[in-house]
Design a protein around this ligand. Structure first.
Ligand code: SAH
Ligand code: SF4
Length: 409
């Protein structure tokens, strides 16, 4: 017989309930099982999501016996920040988080000053899985393989970490020029005429102290972890708690057709982004193995039905890989593929963040040319400004680097 000695670490390993995984009705139920009246759940929710506290002892309107019991039986998003990096311009911040079973995930905060008519934004890029099962060839996370799904509290906690950070130290643009590369001529003109600084510099605005948007574009495939992801979004949406509007949330998917159809039936009006990255089955199957299971015809049909059901626009992400999918010919094919969706399709061109020697980002000229062809097809499109290159911005890169260093030590 072997006896496990009681150590500091396994004293705490008694399974605690992660409160960030509970919807308000579930929290009421949990408290009821412990003999507490339902109104305590609202109080607790307010401490967690409005006051953003991490310590039960400060919850002054809860009776002492309940605070003690919570400390014994519950936790508030247990995870450790292993590393934090800020880009030189402090508009991108990336954290590496260790979950309570040692798995590592990344989350990113992206800060946008107010320019012209656009308000300042603070967007969290959230991970939904540790690793990913889908193996897209240009993606650092895809090359790691799949560890596990995140529970909803682990998804919610990533947003709260940055919410606390901004509350404690609100962010204001330093007034330097926002990088706006690859404008087409029309866009440059529009920027000139927009309100605010004529050269597209940020308006002077009040510091931003809260999270305005979340995008599920971190590690993992959100729709492969459907139930936990939807639960997390509902928790963040709750008006008794964090109160983030569903229209400020974006789910990005590799293209899981049955899950896209399921999502269209949910009573939660989130934005949908599809990782398309190629306009032909032949090319898409080379970089995105999932295309063999759900080819383009099925994927576009699902998007069409999604639009018909929800009346909402769908964004198609298109990672530009120099010499692979960025030619004028592919731009024409993309225009033709999306034409049936009319004004309900928007393409977001994303110069690849090179994670391996296999892929390079196209030149500014090539990006402009690609976009012009899309405009010829009347496909609305934009280009994602590269950010955070100096801190390994593509998700999965920080963890890859961290694990390499750990092995070398
Ligand atoms: N699994 C989901 C969400 C996470 S990936 C999905 O694939 O949509 C979020 C976005 O980042 C996707 O559009 C993905 O294709 C893109 N991406 C992955 N690797 C990238 C890289 N190296 N450079 C730029 N974008 C990348
Ligand atoms: Fe997974 Fe998305 Fe990366 Fe593909 S792009 S491997 S689906 S995280």
């Amino acid at each position: 017989m072997s006896i496990t000695p009681i150590t500091q670490s396994n004293i705490h390993s008694v399974k605690k309930t992660d409160l960030l995984s509970l919807t308000l009705p579930q929290m009421q139920e949990w408290l009821l099982e412990r003999g507490e009246p339902p109104f305590r759940a609202k109080q607790l929710y307010s401490w967690l999501y409005q006051r953003l506290v991490t310590d039960f002892s400060v919850m002054s309107n809860l009776p002492q016996h309940l605070r003690n019991r919570l400390a014994q039986e519950a936790s508030i998003g247990p995870m450790i920040v292993r590393s934090e990096q800020h880009s030189k311009d402090d508009r991108t911040r990336k954290i590496l988080l260790e979950l309570n079973d040692g798995k590592l995930i990344e989350s990113v905060l992206m800060l946008y000053p107010s320019i012209g008519d656009n308000n300042a934004r603070a967007t969290v890029c959230v991970s939904t899985q540790a690793g990913c099962a889908f193996g897209c060839t240009f993606c650092a996370t895809g090359q790691m393989g799949f560890d596990r799904h995140l529970i909803s509290g682990e998804i919610v906690a990533q947003v709260l970490i940055f919410a606390r950070e901004l509350r404690d130290a609100p962010w204001a643009a330093k007034g330097d020029r926002e990088g706006r590369p690859y404008y087409t001529q029309n866009e440059s003109k529009r920027a000139e005429y927009s309100r605010g600084d004529p050269r597209g510099r940020p308006n002077s605005s009040a510091p931003i102290d809260h999270i305005t948007n979340i995008v599920l574009m971190g590690m993992g495939e959100p729709l492969h972890n459907y139930d936990n992801v939807l639960q997390a979004l509902r928790i963040l949406n709750s008006s008794d708690g964090f109160n983030l509007g569903a229209r400020h949330m974006t789910v990005s998917t590799v293209g899981l057709v049955p899950a896209i159809r399921k999502l269209s039936q949910e009573q939660l009006q989130v934005n949908l982004a599809i990782s398309l990255h190629a306009p032909t089955d032949e090319l898409r199957s080379q970089t995105m193995p999932i295309n063999k299971k759900y080819p383009l015809e099925e994927l576009i049909a699902a998007c069409k039905d999604y639009i018909a059901t929800t009346g909402r626009q769908v964004t198609f992400e298109y990672v530009l890989l120099a010499g692979v999918n960025d030619t004028a010919e592919y731009a024409h094919l993309l225009g033709t593929l999306l034409a049936p969706l009319k004004q309900f399709a928007h393409v977001n061109c994303i110069p690849v963040n090179a994670t391996s020697a296999d892929f390079k980002s196209p030149s500014g000229e090539a990006i402009r040319a690609f976009r012009s062809v899309l405009f010829e097809h009347r496909i609305s499109n934009s280009v994602r400004a590269e950010r955070g290159d100096d801190i390994a911005a593509a998700c999965g890169q920080l963890r890859t680097r961290f694990e390499k260093n750990r092995k070398q030590q």
